[in-house]
Design a binder for this molecule. Sequence first.
Ligand code: WQD
Length: 360
Amino acid sequence: MGKMVLLTGGAGYIGSHTCLELLNAGFDVVVADNYSNSSPEALRRVRALTCRNFPVYEIDVSCRAALEEIFKKHEIGAVIHFAGLKAVGESMEKPLAYYRNNLDSTLSLLECMKAQGVNKLVFSSSATVYADSEVEKKTEDLPTGCINPYGWTKYMIEQILRDVAAVEPDWSVALLRYFNPVGAHESGCIGEDPSGIPNNLMPRVLQNARGLLPVLGVFGDDYPTHDGTCVRDYIHVVDLAKGHVAALEYLKKHRGCEAINLGTGVGYSVLDILNSFERANGVSLNYEIQGRRPGDAAACYADPGKAAALLGWKAEKSLDDMCRDAWRWQCYNPEGYASGIEAWYKAQDTESEEKDLEEK
Ligand code: WQD
């Protein structure tokens, strides 16, 4: 049996989808998560979908002793570090909590990896590390700089990892800069389950479609873009997850530290998203144009060339796939993972009964 891949934050939105893709690709995984913004139910469903079992530890990654136990118990060959606080607005209210949590957990993870001789790491970074500039299509060599503590934690961790890789010639590190992950696994069984009031566009679209958010604000229509609304690079979470599998394969053969964009390379506006969502799902949204949200750049999308060249990876799913899969997850699990698997079964039953009726 080969060495295992440790996923910190493996129960989260991107972590759980990556866990599933790794298992399907034949990797053995072990998950560490404190469930601060995730649910053990996500991992139960990953087990069900893959028919594979794997160890899960409810620990805080900043607790070095707990981490060490995992490294001693299992032969870890590589780590994917997803764990971290990730809400931009909250990070502005609680900067200390963000710096303490995101930096502490990374430092104890790195110390532990060094002590145990584990030298392959994939880090969940973000396109948010790119400094605001006229250049909309982001290449990895563009200047970096952030505007909120959440972003700065990603920026700082990238720097820490570059510094470590510079003095540890055996280390292989991939800094994966995610653009805007959306969608869910096509089974409708796992997806994004934000706690509290969501801030990102797609979770708010879902709430609006369900009537929980009566009016969806479109933040500004006077940007210099094709329809005046902001342009982003939305990427299906399953494509993103597959990018991690490709990154692990790359790290097996290459040393050093590389920043790599994970995006589609195509920018869509807020109105493009709303129109696709309505068309793909046959539902109507209730939205209105509102003022700009402070801090938003007009347009930002990936140059995915480096990911294609180094990882042999590119995003494959369409915007319609993203909209359909997000809505399916939401319909099958109205309360997210708290709905329980029964809700998912029930939705499946209703769907097949409807199909039977259509066929008759
Ligand atoms: C997308 C577009 C909004 C909500 C942020 C973080 C980034 C990363 C992902 C993750 C923007 C518009 C949104 C709404 C709207 N963080 N919008 N009405 O800002 O590109 O990136 O999330 O962990 O670090 O900065 O994503 O989804 O918030 O917004 O019009 O109700 O949708 O103005 O143009 P963003 P987003």
